[in-house]
Design a protein around this ligand. Structure first.
Ligand code: DO4
Ligand code: MG
Length: 288
């Protein structure tokens, strides 16, 4: 079962429904995903498995949208895999120790990533800033968390990042991570009860340029250095998320320098059991 946010072609109205190989069926009476994240997990499961569904619409007639709406924010964790720690140390010679320290610190690195309207969904265009020279996609398992702090589902996040801007000074992190087209999410949400072991999922990323493979990598969530509930508990501390929150859990795949994304590249991120997110990259300033 995949929970989707979608639009039937030629209609402006975003809908929430269930997706399978044959099509998408709307959840009767559910106006937003945010509304679902206001129920405790037990109630949600009952509602989704026993709820009334509308007629199934074939996949060819729908556009899937980023699975986030309302006031549900997207946050991200950083330096949660050894590979990420090494990549940051390498790119930021003068401030390398902050990454080494946070990897082993009790408190994880968590940062705000996106409001829902800025999030790019399946097949949408991701952005690269015109004032950045080294840019990478970051393939990450993202947690969908309800207002009570319970993990209710999983999706795929692309935490697009400027390595050159963050490498210059870690205080530039918001500029390296938050800009137009910086957050990809989708293609849908897989409910938590359908993933047996979130610590044993293969993550794969392929970047294609002019139709040819430019870079690809494969890893596993088994290499995650933190527990998922630990990340969520820090995110909920001292804060409220009335419409729930999406928390991306950090990357274990960083294409090494001098790799940088080019205009027109396609990025495909697959997480076992969760889904495959495909997007195209627009490098701002290259088409003007
Ligand atoms: O500290 C910088 C951000 C790291 C990050 O986004 C990641 O590890 O995925
Ligand atoms: Mg990241």
């Amino acid at each position: 079962m995949n929970i989707v946010r979608y639009r039937v072609r030629d209609s402006a109205k975003p809908r929430v429904g269930l997706h399978d190989e044959d099509g998408v069926a709307e959840f009767a009476g559910v106006r937003s995903l945010a509304e679902l994240w206001a129920s405790p997990l037990a109630g949600l499961r009952e509602r989704l498995t026993g709820g009334a569904l509308g007629d199934r619409v074939p996949l060819a007639e729908v556009d899937l949208l980023a699975p986030v709406d309302g006031t549900t924010e997207v946050w991200a964790a950083g330096v949660t895999y050894e590979t990420s720690r090494e990549a940051r140390v390498e790119e930021s010679e003068r401030a390398a120790t902050v990454y080494e320290l946070v990897y082993d610190a009790e408190r994880p690195e968590l940062f705000f990533k996106s409001v829902p309207w800025r999030v790019v969904g399946p097949d949408g265009s991701l952005g690269v800033r015109a004032d950045s020279v080294v840019d990478v996609p970051e393939p990450e398992l993202a947690l969908v968390v309800n207002r009570f702090g319970e993990i209710v589902g999983y999706t795929v996040c692309n935490d697009m990042s400027s390595r050159s801007i963050e490498g210059e000074n870690p205080l530039y992190l918001p500029q390296a991570k938050i800009y137009f087209g910086a957050c990809g999410l989708g293609p849908w949400i897989r409910p938590v009860w359908e993933i047996e072991d979130p610590y044993d999922l293969t993550i794969e990323m392929t970047i294609r340029r002019d139709g040819e493979r430019e870079w690809s990598g494969r890893t596993s969530t088994a290499r995650l250095h933190r527990r998922l509930d630990e990340l969520v508990s820090y995110l909920m501390r001292g804060d409220v998320h009335p419409d729930g929150v999406v928390l991306s859990t950090g990357t274990c795949l960083v294409p090494p320098a001098p790799f940088t994304l080019a205009d027109g590249d396609t990025v495909e991120i697959g997480i076992e059991g969760v889904g495959v997110l495909r997007n195209t990259v627009v490098r701002r300033g290259t088409r003007d």
